[in-house]
Design a protein around this ligand. Structure first.
Ligand code: MOS
Length: 756
């Protein structure tokens, strides 16, 4: 029987509230008597904090609290490495680092208080880029960091806060077998996620010493634990609720302003809201790291890759943040979706005196893929091979090994490449002077982690799905609800969702890593397996039909010509058995890999990997260097399309973000300061800047995902920079090896000068 609910482009459940303006986001959330919290941020990239005087600020009208490091717990927290403090203590390490926090009756009073705090800095030599950080004898950003707590495998040295490595075969032998060896360098700029809603949190303490925090975090359970660490409280005293979230894209994985709101609320005895500004977002959030990449690739004359040596350095800013994880994941991206017998790949996370970088949709993906896929075209050009044919000669196929030895299954890469190329009209790659087409392909993971759901049948036969995951705007919870509706024999409209509350919902690893529909969907299947037993047991007794003759269909249990509705069974259970409810759980099975191939690696395999190919058709103005995009095609192997329209939405959004990184976005630093911390000068594309984006959904099922689904949210963000770079090269013969590919760089290259 063909599925009734999954596989259909049903409207997303969160849409009506969002399009009519009734949805409540964290930044809308308010409580009576609520104060406004604000952060005073460092004006120096690296300095000793000589003195902070808050006396004048504390005396201002409406000011209820001013906190400095002396007033908050002296706790060091963080992910792989605990290097962060709530407020700067003795030293500031980037422009934008929180130095003091105030709470006042109005936002204006809070801003006046910030202006009245006197801070005396004694500037220290600042480490402003990767080269300076890695130079012999560079000043250490964290002198005492050997004493910081960290995960055991963390590799640290100087300003390197992690190095992960993959070693396969012997690259020197592989280079000896090659006819040609190609060496190239690339750079990518720091970019912001550009979520619509800035980070926001409201905190309120009750008389029992319990705090509730309403936040737009992607990870309420992670925030509960981090708050427990910072506030030195048991997690059971901390309730985190996500009322709604206006986009995250990885920028809201780690604690943002929740702890500041909680500390100010504790001090004042009043609820406090902290809401960041665009300027704070663009100077002191968790953007995507700028990188430097070096690739050395050996190839036979016929186009077989024999060896690849690659290194990527992430400028992770003043704190490690996601850096160690991102540096690890990068090595798998550097390998590419290619079969290469000899590999030496390294990812480095490096401290600098910049904002603390983080995770952004497919962390490391666009940076590493830009280098890998640009180089594939550069090699093809040098060997006189067609870039598509060169890729087809080297890509992984069903049953091949990934770089760390995982056995690949459900590999739809060849189909993606062929269909994307056909759709863009690859046969005519340079259709007019100044016009060209480019291709790029890649692979990505479906992040693991566990999910739990409660599924309850209401007395009217509708269904409550209670999940710890937040709907961050991807429609992933609609996808999970479609899986639930399919399995339970009800309609999507019968399902209501309660989500993301650390006290009221089961644990979920969170809305991250392209995992939500996959993992929550599978937890729903597990819950239905339990509910089916309960329902069939009750129905068998009620109908006098043996249980094995019964099935769930059309909002009822049916069999042997008889039928009892879910509503009747729910009421029956409420009268006699406590109601119909089930707890479903899911954890992705581990992916086997060869541990001998990895070193200090925190992410050694891609789970239920997805494969994708992008193709773009564009023109370049030879005079101005301006790029006009004509068409953009994505062929993505999604395993199974639970909701095709929602996936197309993810593809369009991911490509839009990726084109921003490709063409215009960059947080421009000079002397440790962001020069463009506003949405006029930080240039994100709008709908008017984008071409038609066409989606081709390829379906080679995953053995694990619901109905074969794979993670879909992050991948569309990976390939746009490389696809654009390759199309520009095809159009005008200019190869830009740094992101963004601005008109200025293209024009300079066309005029024979080097881009800045
Ligand atoms: Mo994602 S970068 O795991 O939100």
């Amino acid at each position: 029987m063909s599925p009734r609910v999954v596989g259909h482009s049903l409207p997303r459940m969160d849409a009506p509230g969002k399009v009519t303006g009734t949805a409540v986001y964290a930044s809308d959330f308010a409580l009576p008597g609520m104060l406004h919290g604000k952060l005073l941020r460092s004006r120096e990239p690296h300095a000793r904090l000589v003195r902070i005087d808050a006396a004048r600020a504390r005396a201002l009208p409406g000011v209820r609290a001013v906190l400095t490091a002396a007033d908050v717990p002296d706790v060091r927290y963080g992910g792989a490495l605990k290097d962060e403090t709530v407020l700067a203590r003795d030293r500031v390490r980037y422009v934008g680092q929180p130095v003091a926090a105030v709470a006042a009756t109005t936002r204006e009073a809070a801003e006046a208080a910030l202006a009245a705090i006197e801070v005396v800095y004694e500037p220290l030599p600042a480490v402003l880029d990767l080269e300076a950080a890695l130079a012999p004898g560079a000043p250490l950003i964290h002198e005492a960091w050997a004493t910081y707590a960290a995960i055991p495998i963390l590799h640290r040295e100087g300003n390197v806060c992690h190095r992960a490595r993959i070693v396969v075969g012997d690259v020197e032998r592989g280079f000896a077998e090659a006819d040609r060896i190609f060496e190239h360098r690339f750079r990518t700029a720091m970019v912001h996620q550009g979520y619509t809603e800035p980070r926001a949190a409201v905190a309120s303490w009750d008389s029992s010493g319990q705090v509730t925090v309403w936040s737009n975090t992607q990870l309420p359970f992670e925030i509960q634990n981090t708050l427990a660490e910072i506030l030195e409280l048991a997690p059971s005293k901390i309730r985190v609720i996500v009322p709604g979230i206006g986009g995250g894209f990885g920028g809201k994985l780690r604690i943002g302003v929740e702890h500041v709101a909680a500390l100010l609320a504790r001090r004042t005895g009043r609820p406090v809201r902290v809401l960041t500004t665009s300027e704070e977002e663009l100077t002191a959030a968790y953007p995507r790291q700028g990188t430097r990449v070096e690739l050395r690739t050996g190839v036979t004359r016929a186009g077989r890759i024999t060896a690849k040596e690659g290194r990527i350095w992430f400028d992770t800013g003043a704190f490690a943040g996601s850096g160690p994880g991102v540096a690890s994941v990068a090595t798998l991206v550097l390998a590419g979706p290619y079969k290469i017998p000899n590999l030496l790949l390294e990812g480095y996370a490096v401290y600098t005196n910049k904002t603390n970088c983080g995770s952004f949709r497919a962390p490391s993906g666009p940076q590493a893929n830009f280098a890998v896929e640009s180089q594939m075209d550069m090699i093809a050009d040098a060997l006189g091979l067609d870039p598509l044919e060169f890729r087809l000669q080297n890509i992984v196929r069903e049953g091949d090994e990934g770089p760390t030895g995982q056995v690949l299954a459900g590999v739809g890469l060849e189909e993606c490449l062929r269909r994307a190329a056909a759709a863009i009209g690859w046969d005519d790659r340079r259709p007019a002077p100044g016009r060209g087409k480019g291709l790029a392909c890649g692979w990505w993971t479906t992040t693991g982690g566990s999910s739990g759901v409660y599924v309850k049948i209401n007395p009217d036969g509708t269904v409550a799905l209670n999940t710890g995951a937040a709907e961050i705007g991807t429609a992933a919870l609609t996808g999970a609800a479609q899986v639930l509706a399919e399995e339970l024999g009800v309609d999507l409209a019968d399902i209501g969702v309660v989500s993301a509350d650390t006290f009221a919902t089961p644990f979920d690893f969170g809305a991250q890593g392209s995992r939500t529909a996959f993992a929550v969907g599978n937890a729903c299947r597990a819950a239905v397996a339990d509910l089916r037993r309960q329902l069939v047991g009750l129905a068998a007794a009620q109908l006098g039909v043996p249980a094995d003759a019964l099935e769930l269909r059309d909002k009822a249990v049916v069999g042997a010509g008889k039928r009892v509705t879910l509503a009747e069974l729910a009421r029956l259970s409420q009268a006699s058995g406590g109601g119909l409810i089930a707890h479903g759980t899911f954890i992705a099975p581990p992916t086997a890999y060869d541990a001998k191939r990895v070193e200090a690696h925190v992410y050694p395999a891609f789970h239920s990997p997805s494969f994708h190919a992008h193709a773009v058709d564009l023109s370049v103005d030879r005079e101005t260097g301006e790029i006009t995009l004509h068409r953009y095609v994505v062929a993505q192997d999604v395993g199974f399309a639970v909701n095709p329209a929602a996936i197309e939405g993810q593809i369009e959004g991911g490509v839009a973000q990726g084109l921003g990184q490709a063409l215009s976005e960059e947080l421009v630093y000079a002397e440790g300061r962001v020069l463009n911390p506003n949405l006029t000068d930080y240039k994100m594309p709008t709908a008017l800047d984008l071409p038609r984006i066409e989606s081709i959904l390829v379906q080679h099922p995953s053995a694990v995902g619901p109905y074969g689904a794979k993670g879909v949210g992050e991948p569309p963000n990976i390939e746009p920079p490389a696809a654009v770079a390759n199309a520009v090269a095809a159009a005008v013969g200019v190869r830009v090896t740094t992101l963004p590919i601005t008109a200025e760089k293209v024009a300079l290259a066309l005029s024979g000068e080097t881009a800045p």
